[in-house]
Design a protein around this ligand. Structure first.
Ligand SMILES: C[S@@+](CC[C@H](N)C(=O)[O-])C[C@H]1O[C@@H](n2cnc3c(N)ncnc32)[C@H](O)[C@@H]1O
Length: 727
C-alpha cells in the first residue's frame, strides 16, 4: 500500500476533536477535518503508523475500508460480501467485528456486527477455502462498523486496544481515580504545554495521584512518542502491514527522544501512597530525568517552587514560563461534596503561589472552582472523565484578572472573598442589607429560620435561607442557597459562577462556615443532601432536610399557614393533605387537635413526622401517617363518609393546575359541617369564592411571613368553611 493515500479516522474523547486535529496537522497529516467524536484525515501508510505511535490524544486510529448501503440486514450483508476482504485479512487470521449506531431496519448493534461478520467470513471462506475464526479479545484483524442513516462505514482498527494504554501504568497498581492518559494529554495540549515546554518551562501538578498529567507532560517535553511502550498494535495482523516501514517509523521515534530537554515537571500529592505509585509509573515511562515528585498539601506548593528555574529576572518576575495542571478530587469517587471547599482552597493557594505569567488548567466537574480562584476561565472544554461530565477550565494567572470583594460580615468580621464575576460585589452589598433588616426583624419575633434574600437582584435569582440550630445543634448555623429556574436566555457558565460566588459571599456575610452553605442548583435532583439540622420554630422542634430542592420538611414561606393551623386545630380531627412538610401536623398537635392524619406518598416523610412528633412530645395512636397518594386516600375516605374538623390542603402547583377546582371540591368533601379547610394554592389562579355552601376568607396577606413579602403574588391562601345545610 506504500505510496497510496489512505482515508483515516482518529477517535478521541468528545470535546477534544479540535485539539486532536491540531495534533494531527502538526504530525503532517493531510485534509484534516474535526468531526464529532474524532478527526478525519488522509495520509500514506507511514503516516497511519505515525498517527498510531505519536498521537497523544487519539484513542483509536482507523482505516476507512468501505462505505456500503445498509438499508436493511440483507443489503448490508450483500454489500459486505462483495468486498475484497482477502486484501485485508490474511488466511488463518482471527477477526472481530464491533458495531455502533442504528437505523430503522438495524436497531441492534450486536445483530449488525453479526451480519457483517457473517458476510466477511462467507467471503473469506469462498476465497481461502476456510472461514476465519472469531476472537473478540485479541483478534488479528479488528473491524468496526458505524451505521449512519442508510449507510455503513467499515473501518479496520489499526491501533488495536485503546491508545490510552500507553504501557507505563502497571495493571492493578493505581491510585483511586486515575485520569486517562489521552485525556491528560488533550488537556496539556489545549493548555499550551508544548509551547511552554519548548521554552524550557515548568509543569506543576500539585494533586498528581498516579502522575498521569506529569508523565504525559514529561513525554511531550522530551519528545517521546506516547506509544513506544505498547507491545501490540492492531495493524500487526493486517494483510497489508509493512513491517519494514513500521520499523523505520519506530526507529525515527527512538531517535527523536530529547533527553536533554531543559524542562522541569513537578508533581506532588498529599497522599504518600499516590506518590509511590507515581514514582513507579514515572520510572516505567522513562522520564525520571525531568520529573520531580514530592509529598505535600497543594496549599503548600510555594515551598516547592525553589531552585534556579524560579530565580527572579530583572523585573522581579521568575524567569521560567510555566503551567499548573490538576485533576482534583471531585467529591464523588474521592472525598465528599463537603470537602470540596477545602480542595478548592488548596488549589487557590497553590495558584496564588505561582508567578503571574503562568497559566492554569484544571479538569473538574465543579464549576465553583472559578470562585475559589477568583477568576473566570479564558476557555472551557466540555468533556467526560469516565462517566462524569467535567470541564477542562483554563485560566491566565495575571494579577489584573483576579477578582475579590471586601465584605464586612453581619458579625463585624472583615473578609476578602474571591469571586469569579465582577457583579458579585453588588450581590454582597444587597445580601448584607437585606439580611441585616430581616435578621433584626427575626430577632424581635423570635424567628430563627428565615429567608434573608429572595432574588432581590434579577441577575442573582436565588434565595438564601438561614437556619439556626437548636437543642443538640445549638450554635450551628446553616445557609441554603437555592437557585431559581434559569431562563433559556441565561448564559449557563455565568449563572454557574454567580451561584458559586453567592455561596462564598453568603458564608462571609452571614458568618456561616463555608462547608455549612448548601448550594442547590436549579436542576438539582430531589434527593436532598441528607443534611438535617435540629431547629426550633415557635417553640416547636423540627428536623428539616436542608439540601432538598423540593421540600425540606420546613418550608419557611408556610410559617404563617402553620400558625393558622395551630390556631384552628383545638379539639378537632386534623388532616394534612399533600403538604410534604410534616411540620403543619406538629403545629396541629401543638394546637390541641384530638387526632391528626398526614397523607403523603413518600417514606422519608413518614420517618420525619414520627421523629418530629416524638421530639415535641406527641406520641401514640392519635397521630397517624398514611403513606399513600392523597388523591386515592381522599376518594376512599369520601366513599366511607368520613369527615374531619380541619383539613390543610396544600397541593403541588402542577397537580392544582391540572385538577383545579375539582381537587378543591374533593378535599372539601372531607370537611364536616361548620368546619374548615385551609387551602394553600401558591400562584394558582383558582378562585374558590364561587363555591356553593362555602364561606370563603382570603387569608393570603395574613399568612404571608415578612421574610417572604417579595413572594406576595405567589402566595394565595384561603380558609373555606363548610356551611352546607344537610337538613
Ligand atoms: C483525582 S486524583 C488525581 C488523579 C491523577 N490525575 C491520576 O491520573 O492518577 C486527586 C488526587 O488529589 C490528591 N489530593 C487531594 N487533596 C489534596 C491536597 N490538598 N493537596 C495535595 N493533593 C491532594 C488526592 O490524594 C488524589 O491523589
Amino acid at each position: 500500500m506504500k505510496g497510496n493515500e489512505l482515508e483515516l479516522f482518529a477517535r478521541c474523547a468528545s470535546g477534544f476533536e479540535k485539539v486532536l486535529a491540531g495534533e494531527l496537522k502538526g504530525l503532517g497529516m493531510r485534509r484534516v477535518r474535526p468531526l464529532k467524536g474524532g478527526v478525519a484525515f488522509f495520509g500514506q501508510l507511514a503516516d497511519a503508523y505515525r498517527a498510531c505511535l505519536w498521537s497523544r490524544v487519539a484513542t483509536r486510529v482507523q482505516l476507512v475500508i468501505a462505505r456500503v448501503p445498509a438499508t436493511d440486514a440483507d443489503a448490508l450483508y450483500q454489500a459486505v460480501l462483495s468486498f475484497a476482504w482477502e486484501e485485508h485479512v490474511p488466511k488463518d487470521a482471527t477477526i472481530a467485528v464491533d458495531a455502533h449506531g442504528q437505523n430503522d431496519a438495524l436497531r441492534n448493534t450486536r445483530f449488525t456486527a453479526l451480519k457483517v461478520k457473517d458476510a466477511v467470513c462467507d467471503r473469506l471462506r469462498d476465497v481461502h477455502g476456510a472461514r476465519p475464526n472469531v476472537d473478540t479479545r485479541e483478534p488479528d484483524v479488528a473491524l468496526d462498523v458505524a451505521l449512519h442513516a442508510q449507510r455503513a462505514t467499515l473501518y479496520l482498527n489499526l491501533s488495536g486496544t485503546s491508545l490510552h494504554r500507553r504501557g507505563y501504568r502497571e495493571d492493578g497498581v493505581q491510585t483511586e481515580a486515575p485520569l486517562k492518559e489521552t485525556l491528560a494529554a488533550g488537556m496539556l495540549l489545549a493548555a499550551g504545554w508544548q509551547d511552554i515546554a519548548s521554552k524550557g518551562g515548568v509543569l506543576v501538578d500539585p494533586m498528581c495521584g498516579s502522575g498521569t498529567l506529569a508523565i504525559e507532560g514529561a513525554l511531550m517535553a522530551t519528545n517521546r512518542a506516547p506509544g513506544l511502550l505498547r507491545d501490540r498494535w492492531g495493524f500487526e495482523g493486517w494483510a497489508q502491514h509493512d513491517a519494514d516501514l513500521w520499523g523505520q517509523v519506530l526507529t525515527g521515534a527512538y531517535e527523536a527522544i530529547d533527553d536533554a530537554a531543559d524542562v522541569l515537571v513537578l508533581a506532588g500529592d498529599v497522599d504518600p501512597s499516590a506518590i509511590a505509585v507515581a514514582r513507579q509509573n514515572v520510572r516505567r515511562a522513562g522520564v525520571e530525568a525531568v520529573v520531580r515528585l514530592f509529598v505535600d498539601d497543594a496549599a503548600r506548593l510555594g515551598r516547592h517552587l525553589r531552585g534556579p528555574r524560579f530565580g527572579k529576572g530583572a523585573t522581579g518576575e521568575t524567569t521560567a514560563a510555566g503551567l499548573m495542571v490538576a485533576n482534583p478530587p471531585y467529591g464523588r469517587r474521592l472525598l465528599t461534596q463537603r470537602d470540596l471547599p477545602h480542595v478548592n482552597e488548596a488549589l487557590s493557594a497553590a495558584a496564588n503561589a505561582l508567578p503571574s505569567s503562568w497559566s492554569l488548567a484544571l479538569i473538574t466537574p465543579d464549576t465553583s472552582v472559578d470562585t475559589a480562584l477568583g477568576r473566570a476561565p479564558r476557555a472551557i472544554i466540555d468533556c467526560y472523565n469516565g462517566p462524569i461530565q467535567a470541564y477542562v477550565r483554563m485560566y491566565a494567572l495575571d494579577v489584573e484578572s483576579r477578582r475579590a470583594c471586601d465584605v464586612v460580615s453581619l458579625g463585624g468580621v472583615r473578609h476578602n472573598v474571591s469571586v469569579a464575576e465582577k457583579n458579585s460585589a453588588q450581590f454582597a452589598a444587597r445580601l448584607r442589607k437585606a439580611a441585616k433588616e430581616r435578621m433584626r426583624w427575626a430577632r424581635k419575633q423570635g424567628v430563627t429560620c428565615l429567608r434573608v434574600y429572595d432574588a432581590d437582584l434579577p441577575d442573582y435569582a436565588l434565595s438564601v435561607d438561614v437556619y439556626e440550630g437548636a437543642r443538640r445543634d445549638e450554635g450551628r448555623r446553616v445557609a441554603v442557597v437555592e437557585e431559581h429556574r434559569r431562563p433559556a436566555s441565561v448564559d449557563t457558565r455565568r449563572a454557574d459562577r454567580r451561584l458559586a460566588d453567592a455561596c462564598a459571599l453568603v458564608a462571609a456575610v452571614l458568618d456561616v462556615p463555608r462547608e455549612a452553605v448548601i448550594s442547590v442548583p436549579w436542576q438539582a435532583d430531589a434527593e436532598g443532601t441528607g443534611q438535617t439540622l435540629v431547629v426550633e420554630e415557635n417553640g416547636l422542634v423540627f428536623m428539616p432536610d436542608l439540601g432538598d430542592a423540593f421540600e425540606s420538611g420546613l418550608p419557611l414561606g408556610m410559617r404563617g399557614v402553620r400558625e393558622l393551623v395551630r390556631a384552628h386545630a383545638r379539639g378537632g380531627a386534623f388532616v394534612n393533605l399533600f403538604d410534604a412538610s410534616s411540620a403543619a401536623t406538629v403545629y396541629a398537635a401543638a394546637g390541641g387537635a384530638s387526632t391528626t392524619v398526614t397523607i403523603n406518598a413518600f417514606a422519608h416523610d413518614a420517618h420525619r413526622i414520627e421523629e418530629e412528633l416524638k421530639a415535641n412530645g406527641f406520641t401514640g395512636k392519635r397521630h397517624r401517617f398514611v403513606r399513600e397518594d392523597p388523591l386515592a386516600w381522599m376518594e376512599r375516605e369520601a366513599k366511607g363518609g368520613r369527615r374531619y374538623d380541619l383539613v390543610l390542603c396544600a397541593p403541588p402547583a402542577k397537580l392544582l393546575a391540572k385538577q383545579g377546582m375539582e381537587l378543591v371540591r374533593s378535599a372539601l368533601s372531607l370537611v364536616d359541617k361548620g368546619k374548615q379547610m385551609i387551602l394553600v394554592c401558591g400562584d394558582s389562579k383558582i378562585d374558590p369564592s364561587g363555591l356553593d355552601e362555602v364561606e370563603v376568607r382570603d387569608v393570603s396577606a395574613a399568612t404571608l411571613p415578612h421574610d417572604f413579602e417579595r413572594r406576595a403574588a405567589r402566595h394565595r391562601c384561603y380558609v373555606l368553611k363548610n356551611v352546607a345545610d344537610w337538613g
